[in-house]
Design a protein around this ligand. Sequence first.
Ligand SMILES: CC(C)(COP(=O)(O)OP(=O)(O)OC[C@H]1O[C@@H](n2cnc3c(N)ncnc32)[C@H](O)[C@@H]1OP(=O)(O)O)[C@@H](O)C(=O)NCCC(=O)NCCS
Length: 191
Amino acid sequence: MESEYSGIIKIPGDLVYLKNPDESHCSLYYALASDSNLRYYSSDAPFRKVGKQTFVQYYLNQLMVPNENYLPFVVVDSETDEPVGQVHAGRLDRDNHNCMIGFEILTCYQRRGYGTDAVETLLDYLFFDLKLNRIGAEVYEFNTASRKVLENLGFVLEGTLSKWLFRGGKYWDKLLFGILASDWMNPDGHE
Ligand SMILES: CC(C)(COP(=O)(O)OP(=O)(O)OC[C@H]1O[C@@H](n2cnc3c(N)ncnc32)[C@H](O)[C@@H]1OP(=O)(O)O)[C@@H](O)C(=O)NCCC(=O)NCCS
């Protein structure tokens, strides 16, 4: 596997592989940012359509650029080489060996197993290659699909930020999930 800053990292999963975003993925990220269904589930802010030009600048200058604390990956279908979504490790704390992850699959590609495989592949990379000790994720309580992805992979519910989000005329909790390296590498608890 190439260095994490080489720009040509490619991490194989089963259904998908993960790779660093480049200029060619701007339209994927624009589609993700323009998908009101995705934004409903993954953003605190109400959906606002972003102009393409503004987005391209943001993408090239910030979103695409990996740094010490943020590692973005495009999720690509292994058979067709079609980009179907994104995953990332954010708030990467190298001193304490933890991070938070985020993940999105374009609405038209959902419910085919891509989300689970992409997150599983990301966790393998973060635990085995980057040697992290803990990974967290935050989801709103109404986000059934994300909760399933996390719970199926062994994340546990660690806490609740009560009434965090005001959406659709009511308040919703934000749930904090986490998983430790020891549980990922040894899921049955056997030595
Ligand atoms: C969460 C998300 C990535 C899942 O992607 P996906 O490719 O559809 O996931 P999978 O196909 O691997 O499905 C995982 C599980 O969720 C279930 N699921 C998927 N979409 C669902 C939906 N809309 N409603 C209920 N369950 C759903 C699947 O049936 C599967 O459950 P199972 O294991 O019991 O069979 C996708 O729904 C998404 O992008 N959501 C919006 C963004 C988001 O919420 N991100 C997380 C916060 S950062």
